[in-house]
Design a protein around this ligand. Structure first.
Ligand code: NAD
Length: 253
């Protein structure tokens, strides 16, 4: 039987936001499975990637078209095509992203640029290179925050993540004829650098774990496992849909 991992051998992948928790775990898993992986992130290269000979690190801004043009030109020059795009770029600014009644609209625009526009730009860049590969697969990371309102919200974040779901469906419909699939994952709380507030106050993490039906918060590996499945040919009939990965929170009454 073919294991899901061996399906990724020699595939060419781009992980946007791949210096962070979920993206980095996905990059490492794809490298382990034999893929060639380009990682884009604002952060300096994580040490885990430095000694990987099939990893290409690009320190840059996913909202900057000029930098993205250079990145896609590099992929085209070195690999000739692209099989996978994973969009994990995101920011959750608890201190500045507030209710729509209070938020500074410059902050609103920045959150939309990073959490939504960056994905549109990387997707636009990826499609021509996926056509050269004869098809491809994309996974975009939204959030369960996209599915409900909140009395103490991050309104820009949640609404940008909701827009992303709709955007992915449009990509799926428009690019199906090219053999390109596009799906979205909606995580619940996952312990990555985005949730560093849990390191400062572990009681917040414990309170969430007690609320989650499966009794714990998520880890980056939970999300990377699903990303590798959705990218693989095992998911060849899955496109334009969403996968909630939240330990059961959304199943609660
Ligand atoms: N951690 C959670 O609880 C959680 C829950 C639901 C959804 N998400 C979403 O999952 C995705 C991955 O988040 P994570 O938990 O791995 O967090 P993370 O902060 O570890 O990773 C996000 C990465 O995006 C990068 N980034 C931000 N702006 C960028 C830009 N302009 N250009 C390039 N890179 C940029 C950051 O440097 C960071 O490495 C995000 O889209 C996030 O919104 C996270």
């Amino acid at each position: 039987m073919t294991c899901t991992h061996s399906l990724h051998k020699d595939k060419v992948a781009l992980i946007a936001g791949g210096g962070g928790g979920m993206g980095l775990q996905t990059a490492l898993d794809l490298l382990k499975a034999g893929a060639r992986v380009w990682v884009l992130d604002m952060k300096p290269e994580p040490h885990e990637l430095k000694e990987q000979d099939r990893a290409h690190y690009f320190q840059g801004d996913a909202t900057d078209q000029t930098q993205l043009d250079r990145l896609f030109a590099d992929i085209e020059a070195k690999a000739g095509h692209l099989n996978y795009l994973v969009n994990t770029t995101g920011v959750l600014w608890f201190d500045r992203d507030k209710s729509f009644l209070e938020i500074d609209m410059d902050v609103w625009d920045q959150v939309y640029e990073i959490n939504l526009k960056s994905l549109v730009l990387t997707t636009k860049g990826a499609v021509p290179l996926m056509r050269k590969a004869g098809g491809g697969a994309m996974v975009h990371i939204s959030s369960i925050d996209a599915l409900s309102g909140d009395a103490a919200p991050q309104d820009a974040y949640g609404s940008a993540k909701a827009a992303l779901i709709r955007f992915s469906k449009s990509v799926a419909v428009q690019c199906a004829k090219d053999g390109i699939r596009s799906n979205t994952i909606l995580p619940g709380g996952v312990h990555t650098s985005m949730q560093e507030r849990w390191d400062l106050d572990p009681s917040k993490k414990e309170a969430l774990a007690n609320f989650v039906p499966l009794g714990r918060v998520g880890v980056a590996q939970d999300i990377a496992n699903a990303i590798l499945f959705l990218l693989s040919d095992k998911a060849s009939y899955i496109t334009g849909t969403e996968l909630v990965i939240d330990g059961g929170i959304r199943a609660l009454p």
